[in-house]
Design a protein around this ligand. Structure first.
Ligand code: IMP
Ligand code: MG
Length: 184
């Protein structure tokens, strides 16, 4: 159950309490900054954004509205399954139906936590020979990193605490919040 009393008071998602962390305004300001940096870095180019579902849908949507350059976007889902390699898990992209050869790719992620997901996925994308590949993430938890990832455009560095809202969920709920809340 999600119980929202006011737009920035403590909220309950399932069994846990979350406190206000980043306001709608904080988030929009950073998303706009990232878009402005991309507008300038990619002037005259036509980047292809690859947004990783589910969590990045709001970030991708808002960022895209602030872009003034020509840009394309596609949405993919990453699924991990038990592979036959020694490392066990294998990550595949569902929905990557566009040709990325020779394109300037910008990956959109809601949050980079341990870095495991991108660490496994990026080499696979590079295999398709894009002209360039950069990463834009709204949130990053530096203390949680196990697989270092270079984030080219970052919204916020945050403490190693679980967060919900603005696309991020706790067990399926909380994605619809305009703000980001932190576990208390
Ligand atoms: P990583 O592979 O450990 O970097 O995990 C990245 C994914 O875990 C993100 O794309 C999120 O879907 C999820 N995740 C990590 N931290 C949080 C959090 O605090 N709240 C909600 N989802 C999270
Ligand atoms: Mg995600």
């Amino acid at each position: 159950m999600m119980d929202i009393k006011s737009s920035m008071a403590q909220i309950k998602v399932h069994d846990k309490m979350f406190g206000p962390f980043l306001s709608d305004q904080d988030i929009q300001q950073q998303v706009r900054k990232i878009a402005e940096a991309i507008n300038s870095d990619y002037a005259g180019l036509r980047p292809m954004f690859i947004a990783i579902l589910n969590g990045s849908f709001m970030f991708a949507s808002d960022l895209f509205k602030y872009l003034t350059i020509d840009a394309e976007i596609c949405f993919i889902k990453l699924a991990s399954y038990k592979g036959t390699t020694s490392s066990g898990q294998v990550i595949t992209a569902i929905g990557l139906d566009v040709d990325i050869i020779g394109k300037d790719i910008i990956i959109l992620e809601d949050i980079v936590d341990t870095g495991k997901t991108l660490n496994e996925f990026l080499p696979k994308l590079l295999h398709h020979q894009p002209a360039s590949m950069k990463i834009a993430a709204l949130l990053h938890k530096p203390e949680a990193v196990k697989f270092p990832i270079r984030i080219d455009y970052l919204g916020f560095s945050i403490p190693n605490k679980f967060v919900v809202g603005y696309g991020l969920d706790y067990d399926g709920l909380g994605r619809n919040l305009k703000e980001i809340y932190q576990l208390v």
